[in-house]
Design a protein around this ligand. Structure first.
Ligand SMILES: NC(=O)c1ccc[n+]([C@@H]2O[C@H](COP(=O)([O-])OP(=O)(O)OC[C@H]3O[C@@H](n4cnc5c(N)ncnc54)[C@H](O)[C@@H]3O)[C@@H](O)[C@H]2O)c1
Length: 314
């Protein structure tokens, strides 16, 4: 494996003090990048703070790493994290939006405060970091940073299959993760002229979050047991590939990583069509047409935990 593919590149990884973000930061440094690890060290629900956690991780990684111990989920925090990369390492080429929190509740018990906290960290934070970084990445392109033509720059958003399938009691988390698809697509479009790619990766890995899953049924119990055998290293390796020169033409795509399996996900596109001949549909007409042309293509109401409860290939 060519290890130095990212030499000279600078990355910002949010939520990098532990779990998947930490594994991503470590692999990017192994491939030659210098990395800002942004993480205030919160609990899984976003409460509390322990910035010493990210400082210790950055210190252990060594000279190629710098710690940012504030939240990225405010405009000033997002801008400061980007600034740190530019000041400390002289630029920014790669952004991995990985920070996330969980506050689960059924839709009929939703607390607006929890919804707002989850959306702010998991979706708004990613948008704020991307917006702050986009200005630097566009300037890079204009200045041909690193190569002529520059044609380079990477954004990877860490999503979740919960955002595609949904999951009981995860309305805020799933909504935020689904929102990352729109963020990824529009970023990919808006940044294409600057040679910057944006992709969405739905990971599966053993982290403190997987450990706390409280199975509600057999499928979830099986999912948890199997997820706990999956190292975050696989996710990190794929993210590093997306950040490499070899992935220059891959943008606006959705991937899933579960141990040694990598999935390419379809994105919502029309799969069937009915057309009203003339006048307005009656309810009976619609009922018949929907049944005839759509019913066979309806998406089953299965959760991501059920859909990925098979044995991972570790
Ligand atoms: N573990 C899995 O199997 C799995 C499955 C699906 C999706 N994901 C996604 O992968 C990513 C990483 O998950 P993980 O399992 O490693 O979680 P984790 O809880 O171990 O790590 C998340 C990190 O984000 C940090 N964080 C929280 N709020 C922040 C903020 N405002 N600014 C910066 N950092 C903040 C936390 O302090 C924590 O260190 C998340 O986006 C998560 O939704 C994980």
């Amino acid at each position: 494996m060519s290890d130095a593919l990212l030499t000279g590149r600078v990355a910002l990884v949010t939520g990098a003090a532990q779990g998947i973000g930490k594994a991503i930061a470590e692999v990017l440094v192994q491939r030659g990048a210098r990395v800002v690890l942004a993480d205030p060290g919160t609990g899984i629900d976003g409460s509390g703070a322990d910035p010493k956690l990210v400082e210790a991780v950055a210190k252990k990684i060594g000279d190629g790493a710098a710690a940012f111990g504030d939240s990225i989920a405010t405009p000033s925090g997002a801008a400061a994290a980007v600034d740190l990369a530019v000041r400390r390492f002289g630029g920014l080429d790669i952004v991995v939006n990985n920070a996330a929190i969980l506050r689960d509740a059924f839709i009929f018990k939703l607390e607006p405060r929890d919804w707002e906290a989850v959306l702010r960290t998991n979706l708004t934070g990613a948008a704020l970091v991307t917006a702050a970084a986009a200005a630097v990445l566009r300037d890079n392109a204009k200045a041909n940073r690193g190569a002529t033509p520059y044609g380079w720059g990477r954004i990877v958003n860490i999503g979740s299959t919960a955002g595609f399938y949904g999951n009981f009691g995860q309305v805020s988390y799933a909504s935020a993760k689904a929102g990352l698809l729109g963020l990824t697509r529009v970023t990919a479009l808006d940044m294409s002229r600057s040679g910057v790619t944006a992709n969405l990766v739905a990971p599966f890995a053993a982290t403190r979050v997987t450990e706390t899953i409280k199975p509600q049924n057999d499928a979830q119990a099986q999912y948890k047991a199997r997820a706990l055998s999956v190292s975050p290293k696989h996710v990190a390796n794929f993210v590093a590939f997306l950040c490499s020169p070899a992935a220059q033409k891959i943008s606006g795509q959705v991937f899933g990583i579960r141990a040694r399996e990598v999935f390419l996900f379809q994105q919502p596109r029309p799969v069937a069509r009915i057309v009203n001949g003339a006048g307005e549909w009656t309810n009976d007409d619609l009922a018949a047409a929907v049944q005839q042309s759509f019913a066979a293509n309806f998406t089953p109401l299965t959760t991501d935990l059920e859909s990925f409860s098979s044995e991972p290939i570790v």
